[in-house]
Design a protein around this ligand. Structure first.
Ligand code: PEP
Length: 247
């Protein structure tokens, strides 16, 4: 059985005065029946780790460098995220692929560094609208998976997040059939690539909110969600968590 995962990506949002959301979330879900993860800006990781106290809430970074140390001004090593209290790191988010030119090979190298540091890598992939309209969505995500999954990936150290670029922050969501088709394709591709394919969690991400979470979570091979905007406030994230617990 794959344990479900509700993950929040705060992106470049959040100052210390937003840490109250952690208390609100942990108070609302004192004994969560799914894994809970928040990925705040790196500046808040250590404080969030302190704020969660003994709660099972897990904390992640949003990016890491592929190198363990060195002359990389402004970058953060996976070991640093771990040291600050993170257990996970998102790699290959489409905003990083687009804004920083990250390739599949870069993403694989970052995931490898994450694994070496003892972090779970959440590897993001997803097609653009043009690629979907050209009928290439399945080929694109399969190629991204093959290029972004590092050697040594296991069900324990790797999560895959399918995030169609055109659904992120837009309010547009693929149909349930489209989500199921991609997740089924990714599961099949994983079977060709690794022994533990059945155990790898596949998250859907892109405009998940309280009103659509339950139906998305009913789709086969959707093991949770990576949530952007609706993870910033506990009152918005909480019903998504509840929907996943009830899925
Ligand atoms: C994301 O960027 O990972 C994301 C899914 O964003 P949103 O939920 O806001 O679409």
């Amino acid at each position: 059985m794959r344990r479900k995962l509700a993950a929040g990506n705060w992106k470049m949002n959040g100052l210390t005065d937003t840490l109250g959301q952690v208390k609100a979330l942990t108070d609302a879900h004192p004994d969560p029946q799914v894994d809970l993860l928040l990925c705040p800006p790196a500046t808040l990781i250590a404080q969030m780790a302190w704020a969660r106290g003994t709660h099972a809430l897990q904390i992640g970074g949003q990016n890491c460098h592929a190198a363990a140390t060195g002359a990389h001004t402004g970058d953060i090593a996976a070991t640093m995220l771990k040291d600050a209290g993170a257990s996970h790191v998102i790699v290959g988010h489409s905003e990083r692929r687009a804004d920083h030119g990250e390739t599949d090979a870069d993403v694989a190298a970052k995931a490898l560094a994450a694994h070496a540091a003892g972090l779970i890598a959440i590897i993001c992939l997803g097609e653009t609208l043009a690629q979907r309209e050209a009928g290439k969505a399945l080929a694109v995500v399969t190629a991204q998976l093959k290029g972004s999954l590092p050697a040594g990936a296991t069900a324990a150290n790797t999560v895959i997040a399918y995030e169609p670029v055109w659904a992120i922050g837009t309010g547009k969501v693929p149909t349930l059939d489209q989500i199921g088709e991609v997740h089924g394709t990714l599961r099949g591709a994983l079977r060709d690539m690794m022994r533990e394919a059945e155990g790898v969690r596949l998250l859907y991400g892109g405009s998940v909110k309280a009103s659509n979470a339950a139906e998305i979570f009913s789709v086969a091979d959707v093991d949770g969600a990576l949530v952007g905007g609706a993870s910033l406030k506990a009152e918005d994230f909480s019903p998504i968590i509840t929907a996943l617990e009830n899925a």
